[in-house]
Design a protein around this ligand. Structure first.
Ligand code: ADP
Length: 261
């Protein structure tokens, strides 16, 4: 169980998080929705300790995450893997080496030659790639893959960390709809099959509804919506709370306009 208790985070005069409290049972898949600037990324980064909240408490299975220091923070980041919008792979390294980097946890990935990895790690990395449908690309340079393929490699890299939690910060924001679907299905599969808790920030309410157990809406650094997805429709959420950007609104409105004769 992950317990986030009244965390706040200020960046100068900006209050990115304002008293956020969320309890996430193990094995849940949570979609975090909200406009740009709502605080989604800051929340995920606070859980992972890439940011340190100004106030509040985070505990995981009874352990205080904000009290961790040094090596213990790095160990926590391994148990709490992060996936980013821009994939964060090393483009000039091959896919397998990128996945093996997930075994290093806290060492410099580039400093260690591929052959230095024990056979068990290489087998684990190959298995993770196979699960993500990426084994045929194992020896290809990561930079030559499509965005959707790179994101699946990033999920494989997260998997070999043997995490308890995967935090995904806008994992599909740079992808076309088909690849977005594949990536969310992959996250759902590791959630269901491995019991890994997944918390993903998603711009699209529909995607969150389709793949997540629960949707949490953030606005101005506060939780303004929190509900199981079962029985929910996008319109229910959008009625309570406007998650769409103005630009998206404008284009949706244009689509609804009658075609000129
Ligand atoms: P979201 O992920 O929902 O788009 P963020 O968590 O990135 O939102 O940002 C929340 C607010 O905090 C925004 O106003 C953003 O500009 C601000 N913010 C985030 N990170 C920083 C930072 N490192 N320095 C200054 N302001 C930041």
């Amino acid at each position: 169980m992950l317990i986030i208790n009244a965390i706040s985070k200020n960046f100068g005069a900006t209050r990115a998080l304002d008293g956020v409290s969320i309890t996430v049972p193990s094995g849940q898949m949570v979609g975090l929705v909200g406009r740009s600037g709502a605080g989604k990324s800051t929340l995920l980064r606070s859980i992972n300790r890439l940011e340190t909240p100004s106030a509040g408490e985070i505990t995981f299975e009874g352990e205080s995450i904000l009290a961790l220091r040094g090596r213990a923070v790095r160990a926590w980041r391994a148990r709490c893997a992060m996936i980013f919008q821009q994939f964060n792979l090393v483009n000039r390294l091959d896919v397998l080496s990128n996945v093996l980097a997930g075994r290093l946890h806290w060492q410099n990935a580039l400093g260690i030659a591929f052959k230095a990895f024990p056979e068990a790690d290489r087998a684990r990395a190959a298995r993770a790639l196979e699960r993500l449908g990426m084994l045929p690309f194992a020896l290809q340079r990561a930079g030559t893959l499509s965005g959707g393929q790179q994101q699946r490699v990033a999920i494989a890299r997260a998997l070999v960390q043997e995490p308890k939690i995967v935090l995904a910060d806008e994992p599909i924001a740079s992808l076309d709809p088909m690849n977005a679907q594949l990536v969310l299905e992959a996250l759902r599969r590791i959630n269901r099959e491995d019991g890994i808790t997944v918390i993903a920030s998603l711009h699209q309410v529909e995607a969150a509804l389709q793949h997540c157990d629960r949707i949490i809406g953030l606005a101005h650094g506060r939780v303004v919506f929190d509900s199981p997805t079962a029985g929910l429709r996008a319109a229910d959420i959008e009625r309570i709370y406007d998650v769409t950007d103005t630009a998206e609104h404008a284009s949706a409105a244009r689509l609804r306009e009658p075609m000129p004769a």
